[in-house]
Design a protein around this ligand. Structure first.
Ligand SMILES: Cc1cc2nc3c(=O)[nH]c(=O)nc-3n(C[C@H](O)[C@H](O)[C@H](O)COP(=O)(O)O)c2cc1C
Length: 158
């Protein structure tokens, strides 16, 4: 099964899960990077990032190559921002129609709900094969590894 994991990570948690999954699924990875980074101050990141997510912003991304039709499975990964997808994922989804692809998704949060994010993705891609939620996985590695193993086993099921 040829798998591509497309993700955005602001502070490393989503990247950590993407790497766990890439090892388990022998998948390729594509990290999305906005041309203009978000402020990294303790408060300013929530103000600017949260506002951008609430407005469903779609920032310009650094150039990348992605051909979803070459993959049997696409996995989307995003941190939860104001309950929603982080904006770089919005840009990716505007640029690629995944309705013909098999798509799964995972979300990283700090303990809030991931439901709205998954609902946004489902609406966009027309349904998710599987989903997984992680709470700040880079600091909760044991729980993250368990959830990644569960998610991977669902995806590997024939
Ligand atoms: C702008 C911003 C908004 C956030 N909004 C939420 C939220 O609504 N709910 C939540 O549980 N966590 C929220 N978080 C926390 C992140 O989703 C969480 O720490 C996640 O693991 C970060 O992933 P990353 O390290 O890949 O960026 C927010 C973080 C940022 C920077």
């Amino acid at each position: 099964m040829k798998t591509l994991i497309v993700y955005y990570s602001f502070e490393g948690n989503t990247r950590y899960v993407a790497q766990l999954l890439a090892e388990k699924l022998d998948a390729d990875t594509l990290e999305l990077e906005p041309v203009k980074d978000y402020p990294r101050g303790k408060a300013s990141k929530y103000v600017f990032g949260g506002a951008a997510a609430s407005l469903s912003a779609a920032p310009e991304l650094k150039p990348y190559v992605c051909e979803p039709e070459k993959y049997d499975l696409m996995i989307l990964g995003s941190p939860v921002w104001a309950g929603r997808t982080a904006p770089p994922l919005n840009t990716f989804l505007k640029s690629h129609n995944l309705r013909q692809s098999r798509v799964a998704a995972f979300a990283c949060c700090a303990g809030g709900s991931t439901e709205r994010l998954f609902a946004m993705l489902e609406k966009n891609v027309g349904g998710l094969t599987a989903r997984a939620s992680f709470i700040d996985p880079a600091s909760h590695r044991e729980a993250a590894q368990e959830e990644a193993a569960r998610f991977a086993s669902v995806l590997l099921r024939p």
